[in-house]
Design a protein around this ligand. Structure first.
Ligand SMILES: Cc1cc2nc3c(=O)[nH]c(=O)nc-3n(C[C@H](O)[C@H](O)[C@H](O)COP(=O)(O)OP(=O)(O)OC[C@H]3O[C@@H](n4cnc5c(N)ncnc54)[C@H](O)[C@@H]3O)c2cc1C
Length: 406
């Protein structure tokens, strides 16, 4: 191997790729992260998502040193309120009632990305190439040779034991590895913005199912909320073109007056909603994580939480192999990783898809079913506990990085 070689090459420095880099830092492994966006510059495009992070995710981010650096930008979720517009039945869960300090936290996605970029930049053992893209990967017996292209400069080549593909939902490296996808276009988009309701949210995350799809208000510091409204694609342009006051009226109609009048809407950004599942997680000397492996509807707030569990589990496997002096691209190791992720992945992607379908059905019996489901979730203790633990990220084996936090 030459001086420029590394052990692990991570293509994609989004939230999941950077989490993996941080989890591997300090191990003695030579890790390189490549991303199209400059490091410690935040996101390139406007991003108004507010992410609900499960308790397992919080523990992992705590261990990676990211959560403490977020300060008051990480607002605890003290209660969850789920209801359905125009139907009876609602469910209300309080963390204290469930014997917990919080269910998780809410954080602006761009703030979390910046915190991770800064953490990665501060680790001297992590090598970052950005802005640059991995454009090609050739596999031979003991390495993967990647071509890395930065704007305006000559392509460079890097050999690694393993290429981690973390380049997001439209992953070109996934296709290049010959891995197909199963896709579903929901024909809906999510419009995200920050706002300030008249009444204090008291740490409550609200989710309300409407005819077109869910509306969520997630708690933020200083009484602010991150709002997400799922709309039919046919209505998207009209809603995005509204002035702030008219948009707030639409949101208010959908959400109701639980928090009084909704005010002071910030910039609006829309996101198309698709489910994209990779048919396999691995190829010779390559492994998919995060949205490159699976992108889900945001209704259950599971996408990053699931991707982080990919990263934490992969880190565990790689660190064990490193300590044992094994080849990090060994096919048995990759098979073992894929098997370890199968249960959580199937359960979480399946639940997100079922929720997305179920909560936007418009036939008359669907309203009754939704109401009954909400009542059941509210009243039946084992179901309640099961949903809560799943939502908090306790699905499948808990990654070691989440277990060791206090
Ligand atoms: C509206 C909305 C709300 C959401 N809410 C939640 C929530 O509440 N909770 C939750 O857990 N999840 C939520 N999610 C999901 C979450 O945002 C994603 O799952 C998560 O951001 C995926 O991160 P990633 O790092 O896998 O992918 P990305 O964030 O897409 O990162 C991919 C990175 O790869 C880089 N890249 C691309 N191609 C290359 C290349 N060839 N070489 C090098 N770099 C490359 C890109 O520049 C990018 O930085 C939500 C999503 C949406 C759309």
């Amino acid at each position: 191997m030459t001086a420029s070689d590394c052990d692990i090459l991570i293509a994609g420095g989004g939230l999941v790729g950077l989490s993996l880099a941080l989890a591997l830092s300090g191990s003695g492994l030579r890790v390189t992260v490549v991303d199209r966006v400059p490091m410690a510059a935040g996101a390139r495009a406007a991003d108004e998502r507010h992410l609900a992070l499960s308790e397992v995710t919080c523990r992992v981010l705590d261990n990676l040193g990211v959560l403490p650096s977020l300060g008051s930008d990480a607002e605890p979720i003290l209660a969850i309120h789920v209801s359905s517009s125009g139907e009876f039945g609602a469910t209300r869960w309080s963390a204290s009632g469930a014997g917990r300090k919080r269910f998780g936290v809410v954080v602006p996605a761009r703030r979390l990305l910046l915190a991770m970029q800064q953490a990665v930049k501060a680790r001297t053992d992590l090598h970052v190439l950005a802005p640059a893209g991995v454009t090609e990967a050739q596999v031979d017996a003991d390495a993967v040779a990647a071509t890395i292209q930065a704007d305006g400069s000559e392509a460079r080549h890097l050999r690694a034991r393993l290429l981690v593909i973390a380049d997001g939902v439209d992953s070109a490296l996934r296709s290049a590895a010959g891995i197909g996808t199963e896709r579903h276009d929901y024909q809906r988009s999510a419009i995200c913005c920050a706002l300030t309701p008249e009444r204090d949210h008291q740490g409550t995350a609200f989710e309300r199912f409407t005819r077109t799809g869910p509306v969520a208000l997630l708690p933020q510091a200083s009484g602010r909320c991150g709002a997400i409204m799922v709309v039919n694609n046919a209505d998207l342009d009209r809603l995005m073109a509204l002035d702030d006051a008219s948009y707030l009226r639409q949101l208010q109609d959908a959400f109701g007056y639980r928090l009084g009048r909704l005010r002071r809407a910030g910039e609006r950004v829309s996101y198309p909603l698709r489910r994209v599942l990779a048919e396999r997680l691995i190829a010779p000397r390559r492994v998919l994580i995060g949205n490159a492996a699976q992108a889900v509807h945001p209704v259950g707030a599971q996408g990053f939480n699931l991707g982080l569990r990919d990263a934490a589990t992969l880190a565990e496997h790689l660190l064990d192999a490193h300590r044992a002096g094994r080849d990090l691209g060994d096919s048995a190791l990759l098979d073992h990783y894929a098997a370890a992720r199968a249960g959580d992945r199937a359960a979480t992607t399946g639940l997100s898809h079922a929720l997305a379908q179920f909560t936007s059905l418009q036939m008359p019996p669907a309203g009754w079913l939704r109401s009954l489901a909400l009542l059941a979730a509210d009243r039946i203790e084992p179901l309640r506990e099961h949903l809560l633990l799943g939502g908090m990220g306790y699905r499948g084996a808990t990654p070691a990085l989440a277990r060791s936090s206090t």
